[in-house]
Design a protein around this ligand. Structure first.
Ligand code: C5P
Length: 397
């Protein structure tokens, strides 16, 4: 699995840095090529010479080393590898990553990369449990950063608890997993997400409360299984995931155009909360409060993107998944919707305000297909996304 894989290994400044030397040896034994990057603090724990000898590679240390820039710029260095591994990932490295800093070679590479990143945190238990570190961890996970460990146990500082860097075989297994081809490798999947904004005039618009959280989580989960994801999103609250092709739109009409432009896809998931109507007499200039009475908005129906794609006679995706956000008779309405729109699956959920689902972090869904209705327990939107992505992978297999 690791043969001929190229790993950029960033060694941070922690006592666990000595384990990184063994990590380099084991990775090379399995046929991987390792390019080490040593932070200033890391160099207090291991020497560039040992890292260089074990990796049989130059060790990169300085952002402003002109020789390195002439040989290989930092942007290229950040993208030449198949995977970036940070071991040990100290509290400071994690904070820099979460904050998007680029003030030394390691943080610059981590910000500039378009490759997956795996971190093996290692720090004192109090530092690990500090709300700041936990906040940074949540941010990093949300950014798609893979995390292995830390383990619980005796620490070099004499305390006990979580904070010990994962052991080398565990890190190698995580690297294997990160480099494995997922079940959706080679599949192109389209995801729509977020609300749409339908203009009333150049400054006002009609919107809805969709945050884009569920669609974003689905796109991320599909990408994690190896899919090539085109993510068409309205103006959402949450940032789009990394590792996907993002197409930003405002209106339903633009969303339909972007969906058509995505070309042939194997599966399409319509998680966007598309406005049903747009303002047919939207003004080109701002409507004035000039005493001539209230504006009279005329509405026209928006194209139903899900129905349009479901009913395509040529190039229809093998699997079309719609969502049904309902407040009453959820299953009956969603079942009727599946038939009417002619999609394969409907993911139905109850968005009554008391459920806290719209804009919240959890979802309770029922998957409706030709085989009937299957209710899933209430879980985080990330878990719904992962479960749905697994089911999509099964359906496309
Ligand atoms: O009809 P309703 O809006 O309840 O249908 C919801 C489903 O249809 C969602 O999957 C949504 O993304 C999709 N939809 C769409 N285009 C529209 C309206 C809804 O793709 N104009």
């Amino acid at each position: 699995m690791l043969a001929n894989k190229h790993i950029l290994l960033i060694v941070g400044g922690g006592i666990a840095a000595f384990k990184s030397l063994d990590l380099v040896r084991r990775l090379r034994e399995q046929g991987a090529r390792v390019t080490p990057v040593l932070t200033k603090a890391g160099a207090e724990f291991v020497t560039p010479l040992s890292l260089s000898a074990l990796s049989a590679s130059k060790v990169y240390q300085d952002l402003f080393n002109l020789t390195d820039e002439a040989e290989m710029g930092h942007i290229e260095l950040s993208r030449a590898a198949d995977l970036i591994v940070v071991a040990p990932a100290t509290a400071d490295v994690m904070a820099k990553m979460a904050g998007g800093h680029a003030n030394d070679l390691a943080s610059t590479l981590l910000l500039a990369t378009d490759k997956r990143v795996l971190i093996a945190p290692s720090m004192n238990v109090r530092m690990w449990e500090h709300p700041a570190t936990q906040r940074n961890l949540a941010t990093l996970r949300n950014d798609g950063i893979l995390v292995i460990g830390p383990n619980e146990g005796d620490m070099a500082c004499g305390e006990y608890g979580p904070g010990r860097m994962a052991e080398v075989p565990e890190i190698i297994a995580a690297i294997d997993g990160a480099l494995a081809d997922g079940p959706l490798k080679g599949k192109h999947v389209l995801v729509t997400s977020g609300p749409t904004h339908e203009p009333i005039d150049p400054v006002r618009y009609i919107a809805n409360r969709s945050s884009g959280a569920q669609g974003t989580a689905i796109a991320k989960a599909l990408a994690a299984l190896g899919a090539d994801v085109t993510f068409v999103t309205g103006p959402a609250d949450v940032p789009p995931p990394m590792d996907v092709t993002v197409v930003k739109v405002q209106t339903a009409a633009e969303m339909l155009k972007a969906v058509k432009a995505a070309g042939n896809v194997d599966a399409a998931v319509f998680a966007a909360a598309v406005a049903d109507w747009h303002v047919a007499n939207a003004g080109d200039s701002k409507i004035k409060k000039d005493g001539s009475g209230l504006p009279k908005l005329e509405f026209a129906e928006n194209p139903d993107i899900l129905a349009t794609v479901s009913q395509m006679t040529k190039g229809r995706p093998k699997l079309v998944v719609g969502f049904a956000a309902e407040t009453d008779d959820v299953i009956a309405n969603a079942t009727a919707k599946r038939k009417r729109k002619q999609c394969d699956w409907i993911v139905a959920n109850d968005v009554s305000p008391e459920t806290g689902i719209m804009g919240g972090s959890e979802n309770a869904v029922t998957l409706i297909s030709a085989d009937g209705a299957e209710s899933w327990p209430r879980m985080s939107k990330d878990a719904v996304a992962a479960t749905l992505a697994d089911r999509i992978a099964e359906a496309l297999a």
